[in-house]
Design a protein around this ligand. Structure first.
Ligand code: NAI
Length: 336
């Protein structure tokens, strides 16, 4: 079942999340998208407010709205609570992480004309969260790969390719070493691929894929990966087009979707008003398309592209000296 109501869950996030989500809401509202925002705190902000990183009201809100826009959330390293991002993806069965990675005119990078899509299995693999200490000094993290989840993400990728006229899918794995787990992922992907004869398919070992991506990215179209590889490769791909501040991301389930920037809370610049809102804004544009506000999506996207192309009001991460607020105002001023 697809969303029908007028409410959207907004999780502003931690660190720069507050600054960028404020900017994005202002831009969306100026463009005419004024849903009922259900504001839900998660992560560090929720721990401060309610004592837990993922309060029940966040889950309840997404259960109601079936769609969320989310800023980055702080996850403690090597200690503390489980990642809220992982918990949300698992709870709502948001099994497909979708990251389109495209060059933007006005952003000076080594590569021009990049147009890649990274599709990542989002619910299992090494992120299943099954870890234990066997004896002091020896720990195990279990990598879970199932036929059902592998076939489901492959079908998502091939359906997407067929729907959008994409030409090729590269299945990325390490089945030379992890013969059972990655072998199963590869086998399931190939089995699904057979139903889509018009789409070219190949496979590539993940380490070689990383090298190929930085040397000859034009050979790739869609990359299909399991969880950990997808996480790493999607950031590498973001680097090809100018960095994490520019690339959108979506976590799709069958009847629910969470739209989020791919970057983190950027503690080095949080609170300084220097964060780039474009990644979250582009995620919001994908949300507008999903909610069938296509005309507003096009207007917001065009305004953002104009500001980037003109290079007068850019945040420092992409070579300017504007603040988040100034960039937000420039985008609003460019709305046609
Ligand atoms: P990060 O993405 O927060 O920062 C990496 C670098 O990119 C920093 O130099 C930062 O200033 C810059 N950067 C990131 N987004 C930017 C933006 N919008 N505008 C300008 N510059 C930007 O990665 P890091 O430092 O590894 O992680 C910090 C925290 O974020 C950790 O707690 C981590 O768990 C969390 N995180 C959360 C994610 C999420 O909620 N989806 C994703 C990645 C990390």
């Amino acid at each position: 079942m697809r969303k029908t109501g007028n409410a959207v869950t907004l999780i502003p996030g931690d660190g720069i999340g507050l600054e960028i989500s404020d900017a994005v809401v202002k831009i969306l509202e100026a463009a005419g998208f004024r849903p009922e925002w259900e504001i839900a705190l998660a992560g560090e902000s929720a721990i401060r407010d309610k004592g837990v990183p993922l309060p029940a009201d966040v889950i309840e809100s997404i259960e109601r709205t079936r769609v969320g826009l989310k800023g980055p959330l702080k996850t403690p390293i090597a200690t503390g609570h489980k990642s809220v991002n992982v918990s949300l993806r698992q709870h709502f069965n948001l099994y497909a992480a979708y990251r389109p990675v495209q060059s933007l005119e006005g952003i000076d990078t080594k590569w021009k004309g990049i147009d890649l899509v990274v599709i990542r299995e989002n619910t299992e693999g090494l992120y299943s969260g099954i870890e234990h200490e066997v004896i002091p000094g020896v720990v195990e993290s279990l990598k879970v790969i199932t036929r059902s989840a592998s076939e489901r993400i492959a079908a998502f990728a091939f359906d997407y390719a067929r729907r959008t006229g994409r030409r090729k899918i590269t299945i990325v794995h390490k089945a030379n070493i992890m013969k059972l787990s990655d072998g199963l992922f590869l086998e399931c992907s190939r089995k699904v691929a057979a139903r889509y004869p018009e789409i070219e398919v190949n496979d590539s070992i993940v380490d070689n894929t990383c090298m190929q991506l930085v040397m000859k990215p034009e050979q790739f179209d869609i990359l299909l990966l399991e969880n950990l590889y997808g996480d790493i490769v999607s950031d590498l791909a973001a680097g090809l087009v100018g960095g994490l501040g520019l690339v959108p991301g979506v976590n799709y389930g069958d009847d629910c979707a969470l739209f989020e920037a791919v970057h983190g809370t950027a503690p080095d610049i949080a609170g300084k008003g220097l964060a780039n809102p474009i990644a979250l804004l582009r995620s919001a544009v994908l949300m507008l398309e999903y909610l069938e506000f296509g005309e507003i999506a096009v207007r917001v996207d065009k305004a953002m592209r104009k500001v980037v192309r003109e290079r007068k009001t850019l945040t420092p991460d992409i070579g300017g000296n504007a603040t988040t607020d100034e960039m937000c105002k420039a985008i609003i001023g460019s709305l046609e």
